[in-house]
Design a protein around this ligand. Structure first.
Ligand SMILES: [Zn+2]
Length: 493
């Protein structure tokens, strides 16, 4: 493809010489022009480049992520855009409605035409039911793993399925008036830029509600339920003899439709500013999105600027190629791949990154114990009279009369016994620890004590864990992300 070739040629001129050593720094890896990298069938130079990029990914400590529908593609939510998707099912139920595409179901203008509201209600109930059955993908688990490793600064998502929540990630939903904005933001892992399908909200008073059977039934039949809070306040006004305003809101999924302002817009803007000013992001992953929404494009430009100022990298992982010219100097690389496939590739390439925090701690402990053992052995050797081993050797090979005295033998035997006992104790302990650190999947990772966000953010002098690990670390088995059963295609938005 001509565009790829020209992009590659221009990049080759600037390839850092250190790439040949596979030790390019993040600053050296930054590109003035977006470079596309296929994950497989790569040339030697691309492979070298991917290795260098992986190395920097492994070293990164404050990772920002932006996700789109592509990360949920393997999760089991039907594609509402496809002809065989949800939209077609709903259209059969409401043949009279003049709706041309599933996309229209996400546009605020549908509320201007009463005939479209039942279609919207049925469509959203079906989408919610599908999302409830969906399972998080390997990409979702990777994000949760980065959080458990204390490397996730924040994940911004365009998806409304809330699949991250089932992995123990804190997902933005309602604001807590008893807590400060900064405190709420600090505890947040995933920011839902387009709202949350798993809640319903009132069109009038914005009160949010959980789905229940009654509400589901109402939406399925094409009716948006009335807001209980609005109904209650209207009754109160009537009892007090006040004029009834008559405005009772309707409940609809708490998602942001096209042409609508985000109810948490201010909160998200403030939070993003906090991430930029104090978060010090050093890597930005954009996953499973073609970056077509204007607000999201702006977000990417802002984050990219901050990440590049800290010599970090901006990497897009998406199957569909995005236009180069708009993203030169903003995105360094696009890895042309399905997100789950890339996560698998990354796990094979840098298994250290996929170790749980517990495995890392155990490896460090083993290393410490090993070093103490070696130190004690050195000290023991210093204390042992140098003549003793020679005596033994001579006695074995030549003279019976030069055998050590009974006292010497007893003392040597006792020292050897002590040493052996100590060594076998430590070996047993090492074996025990080894057994305890057997592959711990990322499924398990959620049950592990996760790092407190504050720790990960405040520890500015933190060194890269992987850099500390030695051969002991390498012996540890690395975990494998559990494969997800392949299910129907997903597109949330
Ligand atoms: Zn209401």
């Amino acid at each position: 493809m001509p565009s790829l070739i020209s992009s590659q040629e221009s990049f080759d001129e600037k390839l850092p010489s250190s790439l040949s050593r596979s030790s390019a720094t993040k600053a050296e890896l930054q590109t003035g022009k977006l470079r596309h990298l296929p994950l497989f069938e790569t040339c030697d130079q691309d492979e070298l480049l991917l290795k260098s990029i992986n190395k920097q990914i492994n070293r990164s400590r404050r990772i920002l992520i932006l996700t789109g529908a592509g990360i949920s593609c393997n999760a089991g939510i039907p594609d509402f855009r496809s002809s065989s998707g949800l939209y077609e099912l709903v259209k059969r139920q409401h043949p009279e409605a003049s709706i041309r595409s599933g996309q229209e179901m996400f546009d605020i203008s549908l509320f201007r035409e009463e005939a479209k509201i039942p279609v919207f209600a049925t469509f959203m109930e079906k989408l919610y039911s599908s999302a409830r059955l969906a399972q998080p993908t390997r990409t979702h688990r990777f994000i949760a793993h980065l959080k458990n490793r204390g490397k996730l600064l924040r994940c911004y998502t365009q998806n409304i399925d809330g699949l991250e929540e089932s992995l123990g990630l804190e997902v933005s939903s309602e604001r807590d008036s008893n807590s400060t904005m900064a405190n709420q933001w600090k505890n947040l892992d995933v920011v839902q830029l387009h709202g949350d399908l798993n809640k319903l909200s009132c069109t009038q008073c914005f009160e949010t509600y959980n789905w229940n059977r009654g509400l589901s039934r109402s939406l399925r039949s094409g009716q948006l339920p009335s807001c209980p809070r609005c109904q209650h306040s209207n009754r109160e006004r009537s009892l007090l003899g006040k004029r009834n305003t008559g405005s009772i809101g309707l409940l609809r999924p708490n998602i942001v439709l096209y042409g609508e302002n985000h109810p948490s817009c201010e909160f998200i803007t403030q939070g993003l500013n906090i991430d930029m000013a104090r978060g010090r992001p050093d890597l930005f992953f954009i996953m499973g999105t073609s970056l077509k929404v204007d607000g999201v494009k702006k977000l990417v430009r802002n984050i990219s600027k901050q990440v590049h100022e800290r010599n970090g990298l901006v990497i897009l992982i998406n199957k569909t190629k995005i236009g180069d010219c708009n993203w030169h100097g903003i995105i360094d690389y696009q890895i042309l791949s399905d997100c789950d496939t890339w996560v698998d590739y990354l796990q094979d390439s840098i298994p250290d990154l996929f170790k749980t925090q517990q495995q890392i701690e155990k490896a460090k402990q083993l290393k410490r114990e090993n070093s103490e053992l070696r130190k004690r052995q050195r000290e023991e050797r210093k204390l042992t009279p140098p003549s003793t081993p020679r005596k033994k050797k001579q006695s074995n090979s030549v003279k019976i009369e030069s055998l050590p005295s009974p006292e010497d033998t007893e003392s040597d035997a006792s020292a050897t016994r002590d040493h052996k006992a100590e060594t076998s104790n430590i070996i047993l302990k090492l074996a025990f620890e080894e057994a305890r650190t057997q592959p711990c999947s990322i499924l398990d990772a959620q049950s592990l004590p996760s790092l407190h966000r504050e720790d990960s953010l405040s520890n500015a002098t933190d060194t890269t864990i992987e850099d500390d690990l030695t051969e002991v670390d390498e012996e540890l088995p690395s975990s494998r992300l559990p494969a997800n059963p392949k299910q129907p295609t997903v597109v949330a938005r």
